[in-house]
Design a protein. Structure first.
Ligand code: HEM
Length: 329
């Protein structure tokens, strides 16, 4: 009872905070039509509190409202609906990880700290922890009963994440047809990278739920442990890519006189792109091919490291190829 009231209280604070912040938000001044809008610049796009063109506060407010209404109803009716609560826990966790990602990005790129994102992150973390502590939500029986829904979310995450990673790589090569990335193209790539992050968040949240159905068995399985290692690489690489490469994407140029200035950035982009692609496919293959569990963790890790080295060498070779072509352009 007291836990339900705390959840209601925190979600209400969250809603009031987002309402207040939405009200005081200052609309950016509209410039002349001929001028490129500020949001078409990658750094401005990252600094704005938008996620896939939706203000993060609205996403958080929607989530908090749903939690408030659902728990209000649970309190009034006195009913126990663990399946609904598990759905709300999933929603709260997704919002919390979205805000965490945005907070890391904003702190790493922006010169002025955004307290609003941090405050929302704290509220959503408390909310997630409170819902997590509701009785029976991490019970393996409930998690097994709802496995099909978590698998559905896992596969949706796979579509967005792996699909986005492939699209991003194809786009980069398409945009490099003229040996240069423009601001507009950089913003498009930032949007796709947000799609990938959303996919990864879905995969992590649903993945934890799937693992909790039988944690001991999963944690003894070398295929699963190797999958977690590659997920770690995908996550870290994704954060570094978003922090250090995506904001400077428009500086990528293979044209004479420009390529020398940003050689380090171009190498980082090609290395991070290769690591992303090979790691996403490694996780996918490890998840799908059951017989891989006959190999030890060390064998799987060695194969992954060799694959990584080969792909990074391939990425750097491709960069060299573009440099040669760019000289002739
Ligand atoms: C890049 C991230 C990830 C990708 C691409 C991925 C991919 C997949 C795929 C394709 C499946 C098979 C679904 C099926 O059998 O129909 C799967 C299952 C599963 N995933 Fe993930 N996953 C990712 C992250 C995670 C994370 C972070 C966890 C745990 C924290 C996790 C835990 C599981 C579990 C427990 C299963 C079901 C059991 C199994 O067959 O191994 N996954 N995943």
């Amino acid at each position: 009872m007291s836990l339900t009231i705390s959840i209601l209280g925190i979600s209400l604070i969250g809603i009031l905070f987002t309402l207040y912040k939405t009200r005081v938000r200052i609309e950016p001044e509209k410039g002349p039509l001929t001028k490129e809008p500020e949001t078409h610049h990658p750094v401005a796009h990252i600094k704005s509190v938008l996620f896939l063109e939706i203000p993060l506060e609205r996403i958080a407010m929607g989530g908090f409202s749903l939690i408030l209404i659902s728990y209000g109803w649970i309190l009034i009716s006195g009913s126990t609906l663990p399946e609904l609560e598990l759905g709300l826990l999933t929603l709260a966790s997704v919002i919390m990880l979205l805000l965490l990602f945005k907070q890391i990005l904003v702190a790493g790129i922006s010169d002025n700290f955004r307290w609003r994102v941090l405050a929302l992150l704290v509220i959503s973390t408390i909310l997630t922890m409170l819902i997590w502590n509701r009785p029976g939500l991490t019970d393996p029986v409930l998690l097994e009963d709802t496995e099909i829904y978590m698998l559905t979310l896992h596969l949706l995450g796979l579509v967005l994440g792996l699909g986005g990673a492939v699209i991003l790589d194809v786009m980069i090569f398409h945009f490099l047809n003229n040996f240069k990335i423009s601001s507009r193209e950089a913003v498009i790539m930032h949007l796709i990278s947000q799609m990938i992050i959303l996919g990864l968040i879905f995969l992590i949240v649903s993945g934890v739920a799937l693992t909790l159905t039988d944690p001991d068995t999963f944690l003894e399985n070398p295929r699963f442990l190797m999958k977690m290692t590659s997920v770690g690489v995908v996550t870290l690489n994704g954060i570094l890519l978003n922090l250090f490469v995506v904001p400077k994407m428009e500086q990528i140029s293979f044209l004479e006189g420009e390529k020398e200035e940003n050689s380090g950035l171009i190498s980082a982009a090609f290395i991070a792109g290769s690591v992303s692609m090979v790691s996403w496919f490694t996780v996918f293959v490890l998840a799908m091919i059951n017989p891989l569990e006959t190999f030890s963790y060390l064998q799987l890790l060695s194969a992954y490291l060799i694959l990584l080295a080969v792909t990074i060498a391939g990425g750097l070779g491709t960069k060299k190829l573009y440099e040669v072509k760019g000289e002739r352009a």
